[in-house]
Design a protein around this ligand. Structure first.
Ligand SMILES: C[S@@+](CC[C@H](N)C(=O)[O-])C[C@H]1O[C@@H](n2cnc3c(N)ncnc32)[C@H](O)[C@@H]1O
Length: 221
């Protein structure tokens, strides 16, 4: 497990307790966490283990069979969603990095979920805009470049089925969303995105204090 919780408001002790008292990462997931940690500081991009457990559970709870992920990195969240989809499910992963996603591919193979996952390398906006007009999803996860969050939302929401679920990561951005001194392009983009979701009458939304902040939105029927 990572030494420092992504849930920046939790102590390492309470974070460890919380993970151990949910469904903790299994040995394969622990191995992926450890291999990703060897990449150095960039490993902090990986979702938190409790978020992974939540995403597997949510995927199962809604009976999702078609999902899309924008931002795959070394494949941890994709592994969690693919497990939840079950046999015959399909997860479309979008990322720009062959290097990082090739790590994920190895773990998807070992876990027996590789046949559920299609990885498309290239700017996610291009991938989204190239999808067939009738492509639709039960579930979507946005976790790539923050300044494109609003663009990803604009492309993904129309493709979610009614009652479909959208998850968006890093919406608290280490607490900087409420720091008056934080005014870089990423924090501005996340604040604007959060305001947009809160005002959007096409969705119900709950911002969960899970990991670095996770918005859970349901597309209204
Ligand atoms: C925060 S990481 C994703 C973490 C991942 N969900 C996990 O569980 O480990 C963000 C990813 O977005 C990818 N990314 C950045 N800009 C992108 C773009 N324009 N299109 C697609 N992927 C992009 C990066 O290569 C990186 O792998």
């Amino acid at each position: 497990m990572p030494d420092h919780p992504k849930s920046f408001f939790l102590s390492p002790e309470i974070h460890r307790y919380l993970v151990e008292h949910g469904t903790p990462p299994d040995p394969l997931q622990e191995e992926l966490i450890a291999e990703t940690a060897k990449l150095g500081g960039i490993a902090m991009m990986q979702i938190a283990p409790e978020q992974g457990a939540f995403m597997t559970m949510l995927t199962r709870l809604i009976g999702a069979t078609r999902a899309i992920e924008i931002g795959t990195f070394t494949g941890y969240s994709a592994l969690c969603v693919a497990r939840g989809l079950g046999p015959g499910g399909r997860l479309l992963c979008c990322d720009v990095s062959e290097e990082w996603t090739s790590i994920g591919r190895r773990y998807w193979e070992r876990d027996g979920v590789a046949d559920r996952i299609e990885l498309r390398l290239g700017p996610a906006l291009d991938t989204l805009r190239s999808l067939p007009s009738d492509a639709s999803f039960d579930m979507a996860f946005i976790d790539a470049d923050k300044q494109n969050y609003a663009n990803y939302y604009g492309e993904v929401l129309p493709r979610l089925r009614p009652n479909g679920v959208l998850l968006v990561d890093n919406v608290l951005w280490g607490g900087r969303v409420v720091d008056p001194d934080a005014d870089d392009a990423d924090v501005k983009a996340i604040r604007a995105f959060n305001d947009q979701v809160a005002a959007d009458d096409r969705v119900d939304a709950v911002m969960l204090p899970l990991g670095d902040g996770l918005t859970l939105a349901r597309k209204r029927a």
